[in-house]
Ligand binder design. Structure first.
Ligand code: NAD
Length: 517
């Protein structure tokens, strides 16, 4: 298969040249649609990671000294450059991940939306807050937001561009540097985005790229970081969280999900069916917020199942560098084997395959059909474990209370979706689900694309959050600068303490009564 025209040897050499690497080791990066090797991706050693931090720290000192407006101006230029080059990044993402082009392009839009949100919101979020101090009139206290320093940012392959660039954006605007470790499989598109930041005027060295498998360089990344932003599996999140705790640094962990969708009895299936198809199969089901469990009442199950299965069968799956396929490949052969093992286990234990359930070697080595299962029992692996592929299951419920209980019967709590015409009732059901994102009459995009709102995972789906004010403030330390115009807090040696206590009690009562402090 011919690589997209934009993916030239010169571009590939430029992108691999951005990786900090002296190890002499490499990773064979392949084109997912064919399994053919594209290049040898340089690997970083722990010493390279330390070099990357040293470089980022030097640049960060300069960057943090720039006025906020100057940093924002860089991001305005970056936004424009990303609008210019979105389709080149989509080319790279398709080569590396095998995702459908529509999804690859949409992923670049996430970074555009996050960037323009923080361009607008940063001056308000980072603004100093001046308060009256401990003693009225003679004292003040000011909250100052100080960048943490250098952020260790580790991202997965499923949404590599968004989980790298979107999460770096608030950190950078707040004045931090970043050492970024994308997944080996999906480094090139991320490097292209970092190149655009430099083209936009960011100081050289501020964002450093290191590459390697997690166990080889992960702990050096956390060891040297002032804060860690991690997106990936719950298992890896536990390792990173433990090390961050040991080092007494903060971290955000955006982890896995096993997300439920409830179809209420008054839901309009004309909207539910396409919405649920999107929610289950977007990005070939490799989305942390995608839907793996669908709950329909017994009375609507047959109607829903027939229409949903027909729609799943109509999904166009193909290996094309154009916008025609609805769905692309899984990311790799091991990922396809994981999906197969979940489905095979379910079938062996009595699950019914309503459609799909097979690999598509005729399309490429990692393709797998959109798959709908039912008759799921708790002993099946996919009943509780995240599958992370184009596989979803239909369950029935008798009462709404039962549907809510089933939706909550999971260790995860990332996303949930509820469909119904009575919006108040649907929202009330949604609020009972233990998840950080609740989408009413949508699968996942409505909450994820609301960049003003902070969101993150409940339960084992994560710690901390992204987007909104908290998504930027987490990359800062707060400094409380208190000023006394006159020293009135220390007591002279001859203080009459009986009088002093009496005056203090009266003063505290007065201040509470009149709302002064
Ligand atoms: P993963 O945890 O295996 O890898 C993610 C990243 O962590 C990769 O860059 C990997 O190299 C690195 N890594 C692995 N072991 C490490 C270690 N010991 N120390 C440091 N880094 C290490 O996850 P994955 O399978 O590549 O990604 C898919 C998972 O990510 C799914 O569980 C999905 O739900 C989750 N995810 C969550 C979100 C979210 O926002 N909550 C978004 C996308 C993906």
């Amino acid at each position: 298969m011919t690589l997209p025209a934009s993916v030239t040897p010169e571009l590939l050499a430029k992108l691999t040249g951005m990786v900090v690497s002296t190890s002499g080791r490499s990773y064979p990066l392949t084109e997912v649609y064919t399994g053919e090797k594209v290049l040898d991706l340089p690997q970083s050693s722990p010493e390279d990671v330390e070099t990357a931090y040293a470089g980022a720290r030097k640049a960060q000192a300069v960057w943090a000294s720039w006025p906020l407006k100057q940093r924002i101006d860089v991001m305005k230029r970056f936004h424009e450059l990303l609008l210019r080059d979105g389709l080149i990044i989509a080319d790279l993402m398709q080569v590396e991940t095998g995702k459908a082009r529509r999804m690859a392009f949409e992923e670049t839009c996430d970074v555009l939306m996050v960037t323009s949100h923080y361009i607008k919101a940063a001056p308000r979020i980072l603004k100093e807050k001046k308060h009256g101090g401990v003693v009225p009139l003679v004292s003040t206290s000011t909250e100052v937001r100080v960048p943490k320093g250098v952020i260790g940012l580790i991202s997965p392959w499923n949404f590599p561009f968004a989980t790298s660039l979107s999460d770096a954006m608030p950190a950078l605007i707040a004045g931090n540097g970043v050492v970024l470790k994308p997944d080996n499989k999906s480094t090139l598109n991320v490097a292209y985005g970092v190149g655009l930041l430099y083209e936009a005027g960011m100081p050289q060295g501020l964002v450093q790229i290191v590459c390697g498998e997690g166990p080889d360089i992960g702990s050096t990344i956390v060891e040297n970081a002032d804060f860690v932003m991690f997106t990936g599996s719950t298992a890896t999140g536990r390792v990173i969280g433990a090390q961050a705790g040991q080092n007494l640094i903060g971290c955000t962990l955006e982890l896995g999900g096993k997300n439920p969708l409830i179809v209420l009895d008054d839901a309009n299936l004309d909207e539910v069916i396409p919405g649920t198809i999107m929610a289950a199969f977007l990005n070939t089901g490799q989305a942390c917020m995608h839907i793996e469990r669908i709950y329909v009442s017994e009375q609507r199950k047959d109607e829903f199942t027939q229409r949903f299965v027909e729609a799943a069968q109509a999904i166009g799956v193909d290996a094309k560098y154009d916008f025609s396929p609805d769905m692309g490949s899984l990311v790799s052969v091991p990922q396809r084997e994981r999906i197969e093992s979940h489905v095979d286990d379910a079938v062996a234990k009595g699950a019914t395959v309503l459609t799909g359930g097979k690999a598509r070697p005729d399309l490429g080595p990692a393709f797998y059909e959109p798959t709908v299962l039912t008759d799921i029992t708790p002993d099946m692996i996919l009943a509780k474990t995240e599958t992370f592929g184009p596989v979803t299951s239909i369950y029935t419920y008798k009462t709404v209370d039962e549907a809510v209980a089933l939706a909550n019967d999971t260790d995860y709590g990332l996303n949930a979706s509820v469909w119904g015409k009575d919006l108040k009732a649907a929202e009330a059901v949604g609020r009972r689900i233990e998840a950080g994102n609740i989408n009413i009459n949508d699968g996942l995009a409505a909450s994820y694309a609301s960049k003003k709102s902070t969101s993150g995972g409940f339960k084992t789906s994560g710690v901390g959050s992204r987007h909104g004010d908290a998504g930027m403030l987490k990359y800062t330390d707060v400094q409380n600068v208190a000023v006394l115009k006159k020293q009135v807090l220390s007591n002279p040696p001859d203080t009459d303490w009986t009088k002093q206590v009496d005056q203090t009690v009266k003063g505290l009562r007065f201040m509470r009564k009149f709302g002064i402090r």
